[in-house]
Every structure is written in structure tokens, then in C-alpha cells.
Design a protein around this ligand. Structure first.
Ligand SMILES: [Zn+2]
Length: 343
């Protein structure tokens, strides 16, 4: 099979021929059609995330089941599938209560701990493949269908965790990014009033097209003041922070109104200052949200299959152009999600 291989930290992709993977007990092999190229996997390409080399990255796939190992009952050859990003045990307390992003026996990420979707064939535990429902045109739009498992599912989980309702005003910080733009889309789908916050002015037109009612350029104005102005001093109900640096978390917390919820999705390690008096008086909630559960991936596929939202994929490039595509993901020059055409 042809595969894009990372051989050392920060080194370019090497397109090479490798032996086809053979499925073992409980495993399946998928023939990959497209694979999304987001910032999550660019962190690996850039060498900011440690993996064992050589490694094939990528997880936002559309593909067709090619071969099954012994003991696989949830799939058959020819099934169209996408993939679940986390390697989870399926039997711990957290997996059993539909919170498998907290799995006690977490095995790592597809495309980091094991090889991923930047290859013509990808082998995973069969439980990591999720069937694409009827009604989703995966043959006509494989790139869009392939990114649902992350770009739509991650926001779906945030809507649930933050209990976003149609009466809420939701501010999305980092709204112009690949996940942020889909968060805007999904908050609008939930009928909230949506404020898109970014520091790159030329992303705002896309934010508005995705459903933003208002936009705030945090490079030009004080973020807290802008959010208070837009809510007549009451503060916003939900802040969803994809940047999650001190300089966004603190003004985001300050801009929360009564009963406000701050959701952090960035793993920066930077501190947040939250005053207990505000937490108490406003019954504020600060929470983290990691990726999505398998059921949330399935729910996200269904939402798109029903025609309610459509993922924003602006570029699909051949494997030979992976390096250039990732350069532009790194610098934030791409809009929405981009993807590689694999097979
Ligand atoms: Zn588990």
C-alpha cells in the first residue's frame, strides 16, 4: 500500500510503499478514500506530540471495510465506515457509562499510538470503525463525511456538556479555526445566539456564513467588554474556548453571566483565574470537554444524514501535496477543514 510516513520528529512526510496490514483477532482493515487534515494531527507532523516512529497519522476517514480478522461481528466486508479517534477498552466504568473519553485503560489515539489514515489501508480494532448510515452520500462527498467524526462530533459533545439551549448566547473563541467554525455551525443548529471570536479578520465572513450572529475581533477590542456590550451588560451564557490560553480564558470567565458555563477545549497548561465570589454568586461552571463518545459520533453522522448541517471542507488534495497542505494548516491559512484524497 502507499502511505505517507513520518520517520522522525518535525521531518516531512515520506510517500512510500509498505506491506498491506493484515487484520488480527478483533481487528479490521479499511480501504481509505479520504482523510481529514486538521490541527490535531498537524501537532504530530510538526513534532510537538511525541510518537513512536515511523508513524502514519490521520483519523478523520471515509473508507470501505476490506478485510476482517477472527472474532469480528459488528462489520462486514464492503461496509462504508468512519473511525473513532480514541483507543478505549470498552469495559471500564467510564466506557460503560458512555464517557469513554475518560477511559481508565486509554490506549492512545489513532494515528499516534497506532498507524492512521494517511495510507491506502488502515488497520484498527473493529470497535473503532463506525458504519456510515444510509442517506449520507459518502461516495459523492467522502471528505465531508470523513470529518464528521471529529469536526461535528466534538461540537455536539460541547452542546450536551454545556447544556446549550435556544435561549443561550454562546461565544466561540477561536471561531475561525477548523473546529471553531463547526462549533459556530452546531451552536446555531442548537438555535443559540452565536458570537464568533477570533483575531484574524478575514475569517469572519466564513463565521457569519456558518451561523454567527455577531463577530468580535479580539485583536482590536477588549474581549470581556465586547461580550458584555453585546449582551447589554448581562454577560454570555456559554463561552467555548478553543484557544484556552490565559489571555482568552480569563476574559471569557469574566464575560460569563448568571449561570454561565465556560468550556475549555485546548490543552495549553496555562492557568485560569476564577474568583470564588463570581463562581458562587453566578453559580458559574468551568468545564473541560474532550473529543466525543462513539454514540456522539453516530448521532453526528445522523444529523448530517438528515440534512440539518453540512461540514465545511474547502480543499481536498492528493497525497503528494500533503506537505504543502500541512504547512497551510500550521499557519492557519486554510478555511474550515481540509482533507487528503487517499484512494
Ligand atoms: Zn475504558
Amino acid at each position: 500500500m502507499r502511505a505517507l510516513v513520518l520517520e522522525a520528529p518535525g521531518k516531512p512526510f515520506v510517500l512510500k510503499d509498505l506491506p498491506d496490514p493484515m487484520p488480527g483477532q478483533g481487528e479490521a482493515v479499511v480501504r481509505v478514500i479520504t482523510c481529514g487534515a486538521g490541527l490535531t494531527i498537524q501537532h504530530v507532523r510538526a513534532g510537538r506530540v511525541e510518537v513512536d516512529y515511523p508513524r502514519i497519522i490521520g483519523h478523520e476517514i471515509t473508507g470501505v471495510i476490506e478485510a476482517l480478522g477472527p472474532g469480528v461481528s459488528n462489520l462486514k466486508v464492503g461496509d462504508p465506515v468512519t473511525a473513532y479517534f480514541y483507543l478505549t477498552c470498552g469495559y471500564c466504568r467510564w466506557c460503560r457509562m458512555n464517557r469513554e473519553t475518560l477511559c481508565e485503560n486509554f490506549g492512545g489515539y489513532v494515528g499516534r499510538a497506532v498507524d492512521g489514515g494517511y495510507a491506502e489501508l488502515m488497520k484498527l480494532p473493529a470497535e473503532n470503525f463506525i458504519k456510515i448510515p444510509d442517506g449520507l452520500d459518502w461516495q459523492g462527498h467522502p471528505a465531508e463525511v470523513g470529518v464528521i467524526c471529529d469536526a461535528i462530533a466534538t461540537p455536539v459533545k460541547v452542546l450536551r456538556r454545556a447544556e446549550v439551549t435556544p435561549w443561550d448566547t454562546v461565544a466561540v473563541i477561536g471561531a475561525g479555526g477548523g473546529l471553531g467554525i463547526h462549533m459556530v455551525m452546531m451552536a446555531k443548529w442548537a438555535h443559540a445566539r452565536v458570537i464568533a471570536v477570533d483575531v484574524v479578520a478575514d475569517k469572519f465572513a466564513t463565521c457569519r456564513e456558518a451561523g454567527a450572529d455577531e463577530v468580535v475581533n479580539a485583536a482590536e477590542v477588549d474581549l470581556t467588554e465586547a461580550l458584555l456590550d453585546l449582551t447589554h451588560g448581562k454577560g454570555v451564557d456559554v463561552v467555548i474556548d478553543f484557544v484556552s490560553k490565559t489571555q482568552t480564558l480569563n476574559p471569557g470567565f469574566q464575560a460569563l453571566g448568571r449561570g454561565g458555563r465556560l468550556v475549555s477545549l485546548g490543552g495549553t497548561g496555562e492557568p485560569i483565574t476564577a474568583t470564588p465570589s463570581k463562581l458562587l454568586n453566578n453559580e458559574s461552571i468551568i468545564m473541560g470537554s474532550r473529543y466525543a463518545t462513539k454514540q456522539e459520533v453516530i448521532d453526528s453522522l445522523d444529523i448530517v444524514a438528515r440534512g440539518e448541517v453540512w461540514p465545511l471542507v474547502t480543499e481536498v488534495k492528493p497525497m503528494e501535496e500533503a506537505e504543502d497542505l500541512h504547512k497551510r494548516v500550521e499557519t492557519g491559512e486554510v478555511t474550515g477543514r481540509v482533507a487528503l484524497k487517499i484512494g
